[in-house]
Design a protein around this ligand. Sequence first.
Ligand code: FES
Ligand SMILES: [Fe+2]
Length: 351
Amino acid sequence: MVAVNDIYFLRNIWYHAMPSHELKPGKMMAKTLLNEPILWGRTNQGQAFAVRDICPHRAVPLSCGWYDGEAVQCCYHGWRFDAEGTCIEIPSLLPEQAMDLSRFNLQRYDIKEVQGNLWIYMADPESRQVQPPRFDVPRVPGFDDQVRPQLTYRMRFPCYIDHAVVGLMDPAHSPFVHRSWWWRGSTLNPEVKWFDPSPYGFTMRRHHMANMGRGYWLMGGVPDNEIIFYLPGVRTEETTTAKHRVANLTTVTPLTDTETDVTFELYWDLPWGNVLKPVLPWLIRSFLGQDRDVVVKQQQGLKYESVLRLIKDSDTLARWYYQLKKEYQRCQAENRDFNTPVKTQQLRWRA
Ligand code: FES
Ligand SMILES: [Fe+2]
């Protein structure tokens, strides 16, 4: 059983923040993550940054002010801060009124741009000592760090992160939730898959695809498929044939306790891939929308039910998620190595 009211976010770990292209040079934007108000900006030179979106003077969000591609200026008394979060000007000071501005510096976040995405390291706000990352930003396999996704789609789920993560990884919901003529019917087929532990997550062992949705013939032959899950809520899926590769990155990032962004991206080396571009957003919206709709329904029930009952095999991935998350939290509190709760095993279910 899983207690639903056990609400916490993992810290000292990388979260996907947004696709890089959303943050244009010379622009800033506000985006709250893990209940923290964050100001995102990109300098005229193209350098992205993230700082606390609260003016240390009188707490007005800096995103209400102005940004010229060099410094952010607060709209209340015009204090200015650069991309490092350094306070560089207080307009009301006379030249002879020397003051150490560094005590007004903003909290700055570590961010990284990898494969066309912005990631942010969310350190523990309680502990003074910032723990170094235990592991790096997960990479989409088979593509280098400079590549960008060919397609990005984001949907906001009105729920706590766990329900979005568990809903997306759940192998048994497809025949009931994803009933679309273009995807699959509602008949149940037996599935057998091997799973192995992998760093801060688990891997569905590479296998030859069968019983999968229509459309894979476009890749030139029946492909191999491998899925890797990483904390705090990242999934990569690699589908390869002798000729081609398609990879999917799905990330789940909490904005608040009750709002979560799900970002779905595709990377491919298919020469005809662009032909699909106009229809793909429609397909993805419809597919993710089905996942979101059922989570919305679940929210109604969660007002009355405080535990979830997870069963063998088909809910094992959900169990692992909860166990991995707890262990990540615990090993930091106890200042020890991470011991994965995942064991190599074969799981069987009908879907
Ligand atoms: S509140 Fe920001 S400058 Fe005064
Ligand atoms: Fe789904």
